[in-house]
Design a protein around this ligand. Structure first.
Ligand code: PEP
Length: 258
């Protein structure tokens, strides 16, 4: 299966820079049209990015986070229904650590997102300390314990993002990622019917770049990537997709049009 590329632009790009990025995508339209892409701009740029991308229907646009409330007196925050989007990221480690979001908060956000948008990305992953103490699977269990019993035909993406790999340049070995994805896969298999499992994808995120993307693509069970800093730099993101076009032409029998 061809991989899905989710670009988490965090707070890297303002509205003008986001639009500049999108206009560069149109300069290499055949590449960007050939891949399944999800872009998560800053909230302030969502509307203009969506509008600029309306002729690239393969590119979905989402929110980086949403509030636990669906609306009301919450100054400065944004509910999942505050703007029309295709997707939302929930439980990113920066939200868990900087904003002290616990499982209760993330569960509420997950519910809001799953009932509102087409696909939801739930981020899970251990810190370096937890890894050193062999706590990885316990952490994953706790983070997955908030999953609902039914997905109501909405898509759920579970992104395994070890906190120690985010923004550090450290990428775990493919075997390590494969082992954790297989653990996650078994956990969701025990929760969902085969039909619902068709709606679940597994991603990896943490320092993915043009040098690591090809070898990571060979990991069994991996459906896509959640990419942070390299996704907000146009050249780096373009190079990741170019590498993958080459990879897909060899391993997935895609036509390679340059
Ligand atoms: C992320 O924050 O989701 C992420 C994967 O970041 P980076 O690619 O910069 O490590």
């Amino acid at each position: 299966m061809n991989k899905i590329f989710a670009a988490n632009w965090k707070m890297y790009l303002n509205e003008e820079e986001s639009l500049d990025f999108v206009s560069k995508m149109f300069l290499n339209k055949s590449l960007f049209l050939s891949k399944e892409i999800m872009i998560f701009p800053s909230h302030t740029a969502i509307s203009s990015v969506k509008n600029a991308l309306k002729n690239m229907s393969n590119v979905k646009v989402g929110m980086q986070d949403c509030d636990i409330e669906m609306g009301g007196a919450v100054t400065g925050s944004n509910s999942i229904s505050s703007i029309s989007v295709d997707s939302c990221i929930i439980g990113h480690s920066e939200r868990r650590i900087i904003f002290k979001e616990d499982e209760k908060i993330i569960k509420q956000k997950l519910e809001n997102s799953l009932k509102t948008v087409e696909s939801t990305i739930l981020c899970v992953g251990e810190t370096l300390n937890e890894k050193k103490q062999n706590e990885t699977f316990n952490v994953i269990d706790k983070q997955l314990s908030i999953l609902p019993r039914s997905l109501n035909e909405k898509k759920l993406i579970i992104a395994y993002e070890p906190v120690w790999a985010i923004g550090t340049g450290l990428v775990p070995s493919s075997d390590y990622i494969g082992e954790v994805l297989s653990y996650i896969n078994n956990a969701i298999k025990s929760l969902y019917s085969n039909q619902m499992l068709n709606e679940v994808n597994l991603f990896y995120g943490g320092s993915v770049d043009e040098n690591s993307v090809e070898s990571l693509s060979a990991i069994p069970l991996l459906d896509g990537f959640l990419i942070g800093s390299a996704s907000a730099d146009f050249k780096k993101f373009e190079n990741i997709l170019k590498k993958m076009r080459w990879y897909d032409s060899i391993f997935n029998n895609d036509t390679y049009n340059n």
